[in-house]
Design a protein around this ligand. Structure first.
Ligand SMILES: C[C@H](O)[C@H](O)[C@H]1CNC2=NC(N)=NC(=O)C2=N1
Length: 98
């Protein structure tokens, strides 16, 4: 299963490769804030991520205001961060180009 909680060492090394992402305080999750040029770009990003999320059956928690998208990734079924969260974080970074 890819939905099991990642061992600490794997999580630490995955986060090294995802410099924009950090552990969430008081929660077993990772987060990143993205800032885009405008709402259209932010929402386009969200639309593409939504399609990927459906394909993966793995859905982000996020909050959008205008050009900002605040993302929290965790695997509810695993009660923690799994390989799916790392895959989603990499996808988002690649898409955002930042
Ligand atoms: C029933 C359905 O497959 C599950 O609830 C999926 C849907 N999307 C999900 N998304 C996330 N982030 N974590 C999950 O555990 C999860 N589980």
């Amino acid at each position: 299963m890819t939905t099991h909680k990642l061992p600490d060492a794997e999580r630490v090394s995955a986060l090294h490769g995802l410099p924009g992402w950090q552990n969430v305080k008081d929660r077993d999750a990772i987060s990143r804030n993205f800032k885009f040029q405008d709402f259209n770009t932010a929402f386009g990003f969200m639309a593409r991520v939504a399609l990927k999320a459906e394909q993966m059956n793995h859905h982000p928690e996020w909050f959008n205001v205008y050009n900002r998208v605040e993302v929290v990734l965790t695997t509810h079924d695993a009660k923690g961060v799994s390989a799916l969260d790392i895959e989603m974080a990499r996808f988002m970074d690649e898409l955002a180009g930042q």
